[in-house]
Every structure is written in C-alpha cells, then in structure tokens.
Design a protein around this ligand. Structure first.
Ligand code: SF4
Ligand code: SF4
Length: 99
C-alpha cells in the first residue's frame, strides 16, 4: 500500500517520521561538578564536541545544541558525574545543572 506523501510505503513513512522525531528530541546534559574529577574522558568521547573542561578542570556543556543524546559521555564517565536526559526519557536527570 502506498502513502500519498512522496509515494512511499506507509511503513517507510512511519520509519522516517520516527527517525525525524528522534533527531529533533531535545537533550539535557547535566554534570555534577562535585563528582567530576576532570579526567576529560567525556570530552574525548563526545562525537559532537559538546563538552569541554573549564578553568577548574571540570566538564562543562559548551554546545548543547549539537548534542544528539547518544549518552556516550554518561556511559564513559568513571565517576557517574554526567546524566543525559531527553524529552523522550520518562525520568529526568536529578543532579544539579551545569551549562
Ligand atoms: S568523564 Fe566524568 S569525571 Fe571525567 S571529566 Fe567527564 S564528567 Fe568529569
Ligand atoms: S550525549 Fe553524546 S553528543 Fe551529547 S554530550 Fe554526551 S557524548 Fe556528546
């Protein structure tokens, strides 16, 4: 069965809409400065260059608009200092916000 929109099958349209929604989801990256020891792992792993170390050797979010909510920073941080949330996650981050 064909959908009228761009002549794509309905399943394909659903897939495209889902991908677009995922792409547009708003990410929230929260860093707990008390936990951060400034190792820079999150900075190195972030594929979008969202994170940097500040003058105090703590991770900070510099380009949140580039974040795709991949959660690599959260997964790689050895000190559980980063939490990535998005509008799609039911439970929001609970640590203090640093941007
Ligand atoms: S990986 Fe964790 S501890 Fe290391 S700089 Fe990033 S937030 Fe800080
Ligand atoms: S969620 Fe991914 S893109 Fe966003 S800051 Fe973390 S590593 Fe970078």
């Amino acid at each position: 069965m064909r959908n009228a929109i761009k002549g794509k099958p309905q399943e394909k349209v659903a897939e495209v809409v889902e991908k677009k929604a995922k792409k547009e989801k708003k990410a929230v990256v929260e860093i707990n400065r008390d936990f951060c020891k400034g190792c820079g792992i999150c900075v190195a792993f972030c594929p979008k260059k969202v994170l940097e170390l500040d003058d105090h050797e703590k991770a900070v979010v510099r380009r949140l608009e580039n974040c795709n909510a991949c959660t690599l920073c959260e997964l790689r941080c050895p000190d559980i200092a980063i939490e990535v949330g998005s509008e799609e996650r039911e439970e929001g981050p609970k640590v203090s916000k640093v941007r």
